[in-house]
Design a protein around this ligand. Sequence first.
Ligand SMILES: [Fe+2]
Length: 353
Amino acid sequence: MPPRNHNTWLKKPSVEYISSEIYSSHAIYKQEQEDIFSKVWVPVCHLSEMYNKGDYRTTQIAGQNVIAWNTGNGLKAYMNSNIYQPAGNITTADFGKELPCEVKHGQMVWVTLDPNPTQSVEEWTAGAFDCITDAIDTEELEVFHYHKAVIDTNYKLWHDTNSEFYHDFMHYFNRVSGFNDEYFARKNIPFDNGHVNVSSFTVNYEEYDGFEDRGELSFPNLPPNQWYMVDLFPGFNFNLRGSAYRSDTVTPLGPNKVLIEFRGYGLRKDTKEERETRIKHHNSIWGPFGRNLHEDLIGVAGQGTTMREGTEPRNILHGRHENGTIHDEIGMRHYYEKWGDFMGMSPSLPLAA
Ligand SMILES: [Fe+2]
């Protein structure tokens, strides 16, 4: 076989692929804000962050300032807020245009910039949460952890890393505790609107030195040491590792910059000891000094470095077909098909005139 060079790599691949231009083009980033983020339901925060009358949380959706506010008579969301503190309490306010707002799926607060959404949150999520509904909607949840990170990468690369599992080989902890027969049989299950979930399996936590079985504090109706993942279009992840639940949400800031907000959850009724253990379980995987999260962030920052605006485009293959099992790329193929529908362009030839 002759040596390969960049011309070889730029040839049209024989399997499914997308163009790296969708990660590096400023024009595509701007269009995504208009054609995707301005249209979809966005999980902006959690009900437990705003229990009291007057509590609020602010965020941005597609560059618009948005505030979710506990009026004392239900939650409401507004745009054009001139409040910039991320959280606080105000008793009276005059915010102007009201936005659609729902509390759904483990008491997340969902907001959309679309003034007349054609789908409810339930319809939009299309069954993607069904696998964990009994675990997250039986008891009230409570946020015990919040941090955010601004990462030099495209938001879709972050979502990709939640969608594909072959990067698990990067996670030493997962290799030790998770690479059993059940793991390799996990299925990626696509749902309408570009969502995917990844079926559960049993993690052997005690295989990792110093870690212990987590079955005792499993979320309601969940067998011991299970691990479910819900990847919601266009960039929201819900991750249930038996005794601790995590969400991460993206706010794209540019083609190669994204704000990611991480929340960790326990049950509101937790005793002090239960909560401490859940926090320990959460942080040991996903805290800044945990086993996995920083590895994911380093991975996507490295990908971002190679795909900055002006870099040579290349084709990214999504051709693994393995009966939908854990390392099949069906999740990304499903996502980018929906992405193409929203954007009115092919992710393989995005800038074709
Ligand atoms: Fe990971």
